[in-house]
Ligand binder design. Sequence first.
Ligand SMILES: O=C(O)C1=C[C@@H](OP(=O)(O)O)[C@@H](O)[C@H](O)C1
Ligand SMILES: C=C(OP(=O)(O)O)C(=O)O
Length: 739
Amino acid sequence: MTVRIQRLLVVGLGLIGGSLAKAARERGLCAEVIGSSRNPETLEKALANGVVDRVVTSLEDIAGELGKGDVVLIGVPTLTVPAIVNQLQAILSPEVTITDVASVKGSVVASVRDAYNEIPQQFVPGHPIAGSEKSGVEAANSSLFDDHRVILTPLPETGADHLQRVRDLWQGVGAVISEMPVPEHDEVLAATSHLPHMLAYTLVDALAHMRENREIFRYAAGGFRDFTRIAASDPVMWHDIVMANSDALLKVLDNFTDHVSSLKEAIKNKDSAHLLGVFTRAREARNHFAKMLENKAYLEPMTQTIDYRVAPAEAVTGDIRVPGDKSISHRSIMLGSLANGTTEVTGFLEGEDSLATLQAFRDMGVVIEGPDNGRVTIHGVGMQGLQAPVGPLYLGNSGTSMRLLAGLLAGQAFDVELTGDESLSKRPMERVAAPLRQMGAVIETAEGGRPPLLIKGGQTLKAIDYKLPMASAQVKSCVLLAGLYAQGMTRTTEPAPTRDHTERMLTGFGYPVERHGAVAELSGGGKMTATPIDVPSDISSATFFMVAAAIAPGSDITLTHVGVNPTRIGVINILQMMGADLELTNYREVGGEPVADIRVRYAPLHGIHIPEDQVPLAIDEFPALFIAAACAEGETVLSGAEELRVKESDRIQAMADGLEILGVRTVPTPDGIVITGGPIGGGEVDSLGDHRIAMSFAVASLRANGPILIRNCNNVATSFPGFVALANNAGLKIAEETR
Ligand SMILES: O=C(O)C1=C[C@@H](OP(=O)(O)O)[C@@H](O)[C@H](O)C1
Ligand SMILES: C=C(OP(=O)(O)O)C(=O)O
């Protein structure tokens, strides 16, 4: 329903009133725009600058003309609003829509109620979040509201057509409308607008009072200028706002004063942890909000969807260092946070999954600097030093974060809730909840053992001897991490070897872990000491380039500094069994983890039966290995890999569907797949938001005879930020498209 506005009367032609009048006039939103002001000079300027069609000096002169379809907008300073409202009550027809632009809504609504003895249907309180330190009709700017927010705070009595008319007016001048209740508006604005203005005014006033003020202002550049820009705002307007919103403002001022007092204490006591804590948290929050605002998070989906359009490519060549290992990055944050002392991490993966873990620990009070080019400094808080987070810990797409944190947090003193994105919210968590409950933890899951996880703090955990029902490093790590807080010796026995980064890193941090064969055990109640961590490149990310070189004639690529922990090298073993030409050189150990450079040159591949003992050692590499199988002579058979069905997507089905579309024959089975090698065509495939599916199909382009469009590739950033640039450098032809 669009309700056309006939006449718009703007009472008070300051910056906001003047800008609205001018914008409405220029955009032809109303039949006529009329301005009213007590000041004849303002009226003259308004006419001269084309702000209004006509002016009136008193409301009586015009009120009688106005009726249904007309709008009166009160644009005077907040404390002058009651006088205008009183006047309007006496002379204006109840059919005329009345709205206002005051920065405080409680006091305006109260003045309307006083004047009318009720809230009339015609009244629609509003507040455009726009402005500038400039004031007056001469500053009127018809694009002031473009993409700016206007908050309307309609009351139960407000009439629907009046509300619609005001919405149309603001939308017509380019604004974006949100609605909220009056008290919420006043609290939000006290914190986000009124407090900063008070601080800016006070800072400038305080400095101006210092004896050497000339000198101070002479040297006050960047920071001072940025911080105090708003101290040039209209003093009367701000006086009125403060008087009108004093209750809400006093509340935020109290809170802020407490923070300043703690900062003062920290400076006095040279408390670096406190200072760094405040600064790193604030910087993160500022960046986070800036991103949200850039994306207009309240208006549109947070980000756009990224697709890859991949053209057929020839070969891959060069020396490449892929980003840091995801599993090790997660663990570096977890153990570094619980250690005594400061842990320096280099090579940290700045992907969304490991950043989710990092943020979770920040949310629990750990001061973490970085990441900055893979460098992270963690100020460990000791085994008992985590604090209750203020809200749920959001872990995005990351299964590892949720399952390992569940273990670590089961024995803490506080309650915590773990949540995740759509994909993570579908993944099974009973596999960790069950052993943790056996240890005495109190954990609730949503239906079907899915996230969110609600963990009740303050439980006494006791050690268990846990035989893992599936080969899962996440479940093993979860139980061992809970074991750090349990009474007695916690033991895990795994059905097949899985990645052992937790055990290695605990040892590195000085926490004794006994290991023999399939068994790992540790006693609760110990402590850890900070130690530097150098994270090797992720073999799971390197895999995409290994497969790329293995399938594309003419390829010769060297992947440097790759982690080649024996529990992770299934992909190397399987590719070699298929006939790939793979060579490991420069073998060394870095911080308890073996590392090597891997050179891969093209060689024809043949299908194999993948030995089941290799499955856990290559669990994340199968989507890419399926592409190798599609390029191999004959059949490749995988079994014993039902775990692939509960990753970020059902990776067996997702790959089978995509390969079929590209003309490759596949037969999915409950625990694996049979793939018959053959030519690969072009087509459109869906990664289902699974990073490894997206990157695998990009690699397929090296053997495809047409372009491949891969849908939903945003999550590549969870494990492999910079993938597209690195891949294109090596020889792929990926174009990112957003929609
Ligand atoms: O412990 C880890 O860091 C991981 C273990 C594996 O999961 P499962 O334990 O579920 O097999 C793997 O798929 C995941 O990417 C990372
Ligand atoms: C399975 C994976 O990760 P996670 O379980 O941590 O989401 C993966 O990275 O392939």
